[in-house]
Design a protein around this ligand. Sequence first.
Ligand code: HEM
Length: 488
Amino acid sequence: MQTAALRGVADVPSQLAKQLQRAAAPPPAGFPPGPPDDVAVALGADPLAFIVDTQRRHGDVVGLSLAGERVVLVSDPKVAADVMIDRAGLFVKEGTAFFPGSSLAGEGLLVSDGESWARQRRLSNPAFRAAAVDAYATAMARAGAELLRNEWGARSVRDCYEDFNDLTLRIVAEALFGADVRGKRAREINGAIKEAFEFFGRRSATGMIVPEWVPIPDNFAYNAAVTRLDKAVYSLIAERRQKRVNGLESVENPDLLDRLLDARDDGEGGDGGGMDDVSLRDELMTLMVAGQETSAILLSWCCVNVASNPRCAAKLSEEAAAVIGPDPLNDLPNASHYSRLKYAEAAVLETMRMQPPAYMVGRCCAEDVFIAGGKYALPKGTTVLIAPYLLHNDARYWDAPGEFRPERWLEPGGGMGPGGVYVPFGAGPRVCIGTGFAMMESALLLAMVARAVDVRLRPGADPPRPRALITLRPENVRLDVVPKRRWW
Ligand code: HEM
């Protein structure tokens, strides 16, 4: 398990961090060189500025002391690929500094390791195969149309990040629990989900997260919200299991819960069993935690980039009208449109290049290892922080990296760069299981938005800017939303 002090640098009270800063122990032999002092304060204060500055001063593989722990910051694509893909088995999640665990996500895919992770991943993979993901397009389109009809139906100033958080929460909840979030039990289930996620969002927005076990009122309230959500989820699991016992299991439009309930570990090396209730609950909540805010961040950055590039906005809108149809509220997209929304997909890829929601990916060395072709020695327990943000914005790999140019993804051999350079979803065995889901969701919604409204930066307002926490959130994303015409 992670030590309490390293359940995230954000846990480290600043006084303690200051002491640790002074007390950084000398690095072990062969450890990559880097700044001499402990970096907990600097990294905690502004992670993005810290990693940019550290790469500039010290290079692509930098040894750090973080609250007394050994950490290596990596922006070398070969080392990144080595850690995430080639020797993935040597680099695990457990013990990784900087990334906090949470009672909401439990012991799901994001944080587990070894055979328990591998089994859960085998069981979950089928629910994310292309055909399964296609089925979630209806939920995406329906939720997008509701936003455009209601909150974005008249000219107004909207906080895109807030609106997209609501939207992606509704989408992922519907993908998980299908009709139950729209039917008789909608209020109970949606209420429990929304409440727990509001606390979760607020907790991870504060630079200084008080660990969940500390008895303060906010934690009581958060833990109570998680308990209520657990109750709702366990009762849904029980109902679905009962339906199967009663022979009513044949489901026309299976949701993720159905798919995970039906999953059997019957592939090579599998034990033939399924998921127990606790694993199911942890996976469902992990999918929500992993898939909701990241997608909301991506959509917010897409809107910022489109608002700053009217030519791109026009292209998106034309493509959407041509592929999906002209009526923003009644011509709704489905999965078959996604493959033809090439420009929307390119805009999404380009946004994730410039503003990757997961701007750092962390691992912990399971044993003593050498990296960078034997140049550096990392003792067991060292955290390796791979920085997609640095890789994606590096002029050595990208022409004009500071320019938002979706077109680069449409050129022959477009985008990507050399292996290990473009990793918004990670890479290797732990690559994001929701990649297909997130790509379809963001391309469909971006196309819908661009067809229906103009989003504009507000003159004189503070410009949108990234705020790096665990993810790369956008700040100041209150944008002018102007419907193109009244269509009702
Ligand atoms: C723009 C949206 C998204 C981004 C940028 C993103 C990014 C990532 C990244 C970088 C990882 C790898 C982390 C690591 O290697 O340590 C990851 C893992 C994961 N993601 Fe996503 N993700 C997104 C959307 C989603 C969605 C929609 C879902 C599910 C509905 C999801 C579920 C997961 C899960 C379960 C894992 C853990 C996989 C494993 O370790 O086996 N993600 N994601």
